[in-house]
Design a protein around this ligand. Structure first.
Ligand code: 6PG
Length: 244
């Protein structure tokens, strides 16, 4: 996509189409479940979704919103992904509060990870994590929206943190060496149990990492996730390599 505006418009329409299709196929009581990432790139998407032209078309009452990851800080903290989503999106659209599942922001981080996993189990009705791969029915999530940091991290899964790649838990607490705050994050198998895994990556500063993913650099979380399930990439022109 030529630039970020076109990129987020295309992605927003794709999310709407996935929501409509999921709800049409899933029956009256089957919500559309999406997990959202934080960071700066998706903020343009969330602002667009909150704007009236789009908001009036989206099935907010039948969508459940989850977090891909968060910094283990109060939601009022400037670095909180949940707080950012509340301010940019949830405060502006008619989504029922009972459809919003932010990650816990208090207590002990490992216990908070267990609590969020319990929430996922309760809300989805799943007892075991569906096997990785997009064919799992029912999936844990319909859509998992991921970004990628300039250091190659995705969600709060950082290169070299092998311990998370074979996690049996659905949610983990981790203390990255290269990023601030303790983190709570969906694990590789939890992300890979999504019907659609979508990466939104923009900006020239992501080019090097994308090149390493294209080269199948297995030290990168995005490569590991691509090996577990089908993923869709949304990138602007700047993020694409000059030599296509
Ligand atoms: C986080 C995000 C993270 C994000 C990348 C990219 O908590 O940091 O969930 O995984 O997707 O850091 O962030 P930018 O879009 O700001 O580059």
């Amino acid at each position: 996509f030529p630039d970020r505006e076109h990129l987020v418009h295309a992605l927003a329409e794709h999310l709407l189409a996935l929501a409509e299709r999921t709800l049409a196929e899933g029956g009256a009581d089957r919500p559309f479940r999406i997990a959202l990432s934080g960071g700066s790139t998706p903020q343009a998407l969330y602002a667009l979704m909150a704007a009236p032209d789009y908001a009036r078309r989206f099935p907010w009452a039948r969508t459940q919103f989850f977090m891909v990851d968060d910094r283990f800080v109060p939601h009022s903290h400037a670095d909180s992904n949940g707080g950012m989503l509340q301010r940019l999106l949830f405060d502006h659209v008619p989504v029922p509060k009972s459809n919003i599942f932010l990650m816990p922001d208090s207590g002990a981080s490992t216990e908070a990870a267990r609590r969020y996993e319990a929430t996922l189990r309760r809300v989805t009705g799943l007892n075991t994590l569906p096997t990785a791969g997009n064919t799992t029915t029912p999936p844990l999530l319909d859509v998992c929206l991921l970004g990628m940091g300039t250091d190659g991290h995705t969600a709060s899964l950082f290169p070299g943190q092998d311990v998370l790649s074979n996690h049996t838990d659905w949610v983990a607490a981790c203390t990255p060496a290269t990023a601030p705050h303790i983190r709570l994050t969906l694990t590789y198998p939890a992300i890979a149990a999504s019907r659609h895994v979508i990466f939104l990556v923009a900006g020239a500063d992501k080019q090097a990492m994308l090149a390493r993913v294209r080269a199948q650099d297995t030290s990168l979380p995005a490569t590991a996730i691509s090996g577990l399930c089908d993923v869709t990439w949304y990138m602007d022109q700047a993020a694409m390599p000059l030599t296509a």
